[in-house]
Design a protein around this ligand. Sequence first.
Ligand code: PEP
Length: 252
Amino acid sequence: MLKPFIAGNWKMNLTLKESKELAASLRTGVEGMNGVDVGVFPPFVFIEGVHSVLKGSSIILGAQNMYWEDKGAFTGEISGDMIKEVGCTHVILGHSERRHVFGETDSMINSKLSAAFAGDVMPIFCLGEKLDERESGDTFKVIERQLVAGLDGLTTEQVSRLTIAYEPVWAIGTGKTATPAQAQEVHARIRALLEDSYGKDVSARIRIQYGGSAKPDNAAELLSQPDINGLLVGGASLKKDDFLKIVSAAFE
Ligand code: PEP
């Protein structure tokens, strides 16, 4: 069994003080839970402060985005080297809000994934269908397009180190969770596509998180599915008790 990976995407929330307090509570709360990887993804400007709180702990620290160039005239953007310098080892790429609010394309996300690997930052690569795409029966088609385009040009070795997050857009921040069976069906499809392109060993090694209104009361059932290897949590990651209950569900 793959070690579950529970990641908290704080999005554009909290103050610096609240971020550091949440990080400190999580640091204490996850002590002894060695069988689970736990990560937090604060807003860029709070990363350094959160890093100072988490330094020396097992909690993974990551950014919610990065740009594909190393440096230069790219006003408002942040590079992989920059997030690494303030303590990140991971980065979320292709989140549905980046795709659908900020217009990121598969090809932009592919450039970011390549840059992340080149800069030794571990990506969580998000993909997922919108409600109309699910309703028109196009879920698998959309997932395959996003997966193939996103991973284009990456080596098998790079792909083997990836975390993927399946996040149906209609379930993100809406309170509507995919049923465990709906999520498992897509996770199994993603794993099968990975196996076709990269082989069984690689596909078996890749953790596929589910994201979309994951909460303490649905975490255990989602995590009991064979191809769900973790959760990417938005809203519930902002509440210490809820997030720790989700981590405990993975631990148990
Ligand atoms: C997310 O932001 O990746 C997410 C899944 O959000 P929520 O848990 O709030 O639906």
